[in-house]
Design a protein around this ligand. Structure first.
Ligand code: UDX
Length: 430
């Protein structure tokens, strides 16, 4: 088949490369010429395990272009353009979607499937389909939501947990069925209504965000009561009705999806007059958590004049360089607002570039960041192998606040650190 991809970002590119690897001819369209040139040279401007190698191996089947006309003749065009929150509102900004649909319909006079991978509010497909019909377009709008996680997008493409296709026309269903046949023996393939598929994505992300927030709340309760958060969460996760994933307590959820999708779902609730109290509580709880994390860090240095704080890891999770809606950026800003000096290190060099530069030093590595620090804060899972001996030798005060529970408490204590993980009653300090 000939497959078109509109938007070569973190969803569009792995999807395009994946379908090329399955033997399809893939045309990728994007507005960003610099990005297209890099992709053409086999380079990916972000961190995604295995994607660059796969891209290079599939160059023969892939084309990168700024010109949407090259989509002409495609059987399926997958739309993977961003749908950020609208400025000053929780609702999604659909302007990139509208523009992309206009370009695709102008380029494609013949019947073809236009599959929306971007996360859109329920009913968007209906509106787009009606518009296309008015323009006599022969495109069938399908909702084909994406469940890739950053860092595992290649694995997620080839081994999805499920594929959900929202479709209203039988011929479009047949096209999608043909495209997705290689996955039929790998995962459930759900053909549902377009509105259903649109809602699945939001419902899924908000549920996972809620689960993370629940783990965070239980961790807080464990700290106060003297129960062990790690043990409580492990024990509840062993119940197959609950499941052990997304129960790791941390600094709060972040990233380009959970925060935005929760807000968009809450906005949908308001629009359709359904209160969605759990979703709203999750959003408010996660925001409050960021402030609580700032207080937690400051509590370790309250008796130290002019304290220095080292933050290791600024991305929204380990294994990525992505700082979009990262809890660690919000925490860094909260610390700066409290007038303390911070030193940051993230192997993803551009991680901190959004931080106000006043009161921030950018370190070259973890040891450099920790030099002279009064507390070292672990912000992402990437620091699980931190050399505690080296860190102990350079800090001014031996304290670690581990917001990801990646270090071994006994080891940290052996090196003389006051060690504060999430979900365990704090040991006496000093
Ligand atoms: C998410 C969805 O998981 C994915 O299906 C969707 O397609 C895109 O959004 P991603 O943004 O890559 O993927 O991040 P994810 O791994 O889901 O983590 C989201 C946030 O929750 C991160 O900040 C992460 O640190 C946090 N998290 C996750 C926890 O704090 N604890 C957990 O147990 C799991």
């Amino acid at each position: 088949m000939k497959i078109g991809i509109m938007g070569t970002g973190r969803v569009g590119l792995p999807t395009g490369v994946g379908f090329a690897a399955l033997g399809h001819a893939v045309v990728c369209v994007d507005k960003d010429i610099a990005m297209l040139e890099r992709l053409q040279a086999g380079k990916i401007p972000w961190v995604e395990a295995g994607l660059e190698e796969l891209l290079r191996s599939q160059m023969g089947r892939m084309r990168f272009t700024i010109d949407a006309k090259e989509l002409c003749g495609a059987d399926v065009v997958l739309l993977a353009v961003p749908t950020p929150s609208r400025p000053g509102s929780d609702a999604s900004d659909l302007s990139f979607i509208r523009q992309a649909v206009g370009e695709v319909s102008a380029a494609m006079p013949c019947p073809a499937v236009l599959a929306i991978k971007s996360t859109v509010p329920v009913g968007t497909g209906d509106v787009l389909q009606a518009k296309l019909r008015r323009k006599n377009s022969k495109l069938a709008v399908v909702s084909f939501p994406e469940f890739f996680c950053e860092g595992t997008a290649v694995r997620d493409f080839f081994s999805p947990s499920r594929l959900v296709v929202g479709v209203e026309q039988e011929w479009a269903r047949e096209v999608m069925d043909h495209l997705l046949r290689p996955f039929a023996d790998r995962c459930p393939l759900l053909f549902v209504s377009r509105r259903t598929a649109e809602l699945v994505k939001h419902a899924s992300n908000a549920f996972l965000a809620m689960k993370v927030h629940y783990a965070n709340e239980m961790a807080d309760l464990c700290e106060k009561t003297g129960a062990s958060g790690a043990d409580v969460l492990q024990a509840i996760g062993l119940d197959p009705r609950i499941g052990n994933q997304f129960l790791r307590p941390g600094p709060g959820y972040g990233g380009s999806c959970f925060p935005k999708d929760c807000r968009a779902l809450a906005a949908m609730g308001r629009r359709w007059k359904v209160p969605l109290r759990l979703v709203r509580a999750t959003i408010a709880g996660n925001e409050a958590r960021l402030k609580a994390m700032v207080r937690r860090i400051l509590s370790t240095v309250q008796t130290i004049p002019c304290p220095r704080i080292a933050l290791l890891g600024l991305a929204f999770k380990g294994g990525t360089a992505d700082c979009r809606e990262s809890p660690m950026l919000a925490i860094a800003e909260g610390l700066i607002a409290n007038g303390v000096d911070i030193t940051v290190f993230d192997a993803a060099a551009d991680g901190a570039k959004n931080l106000s530069m006043v009161r921030v030093r950018h370190a070259v590595d973890a040891t450099d960041a920790a030099t002279g620090a009064d507390v070292v804060v672990i912000g992402t899972e990437d620091f699980y192998q931190l050399d505690l001996g080296k860190i102990r030798a350079v800090v001014r005060t031996a304290q670690i606040v581990d917001l990801r529970n990646v270090l071994d408490a006994d080891r940290a204590k052996c090196f003389g650190f006051f060690y504060l993980p999430i979900g365990e009653k704090p040991p006496p300090n000093g």
